[in-house]
Design a protein around this ligand. Sequence first.
Ligand SMILES: [Fe+2]
Ligand SMILES: [Fe+2]
Length: 140
Amino acid sequence: MQEAHVWNDRLDLGHEVLDGEHHLQIAMMGALAEAIEQRRPWMARRLADQVAAYSAAHFEGERLVMATSEYPRAAEHGAEHQAILKHVDELRELLRTEAFDEAHPLALDLLTGIGAHISSSDRAFAQHASERRKHRARQQ
Ligand SMILES: [Fe+2]
Ligand SMILES: [Fe+2]
């Protein structure tokens, strides 16, 4: 399973729900890169559709957490999500025409990009949300 190679401790944010979703997002993205490398069109297209749907739902969940915790950099964070979804769509388009040679480097870039987003941007907002929770708890 690809996940063992892709996941690393830098991706753990200490937030149970987010960490669970990130594990799944990275595992799917890793499986997608593998299916492309192995030139398995049906599997690759199916996984790409799942990555797109799952990522959109995950990002919507993060948007709500950012809104409820009044995260000041929510707009920039949302723009990063949009850029990731745009890349996933480009990848799906390449897979529609079975352009595996172009799709593979894009899939690897996406995997790295999502990892970087989690370990820096998601970490920053998860930290903000947890400090906000503690602050509210102290006020009660
Ligand atoms: Fe995330
Ligand atoms: Fe995010």
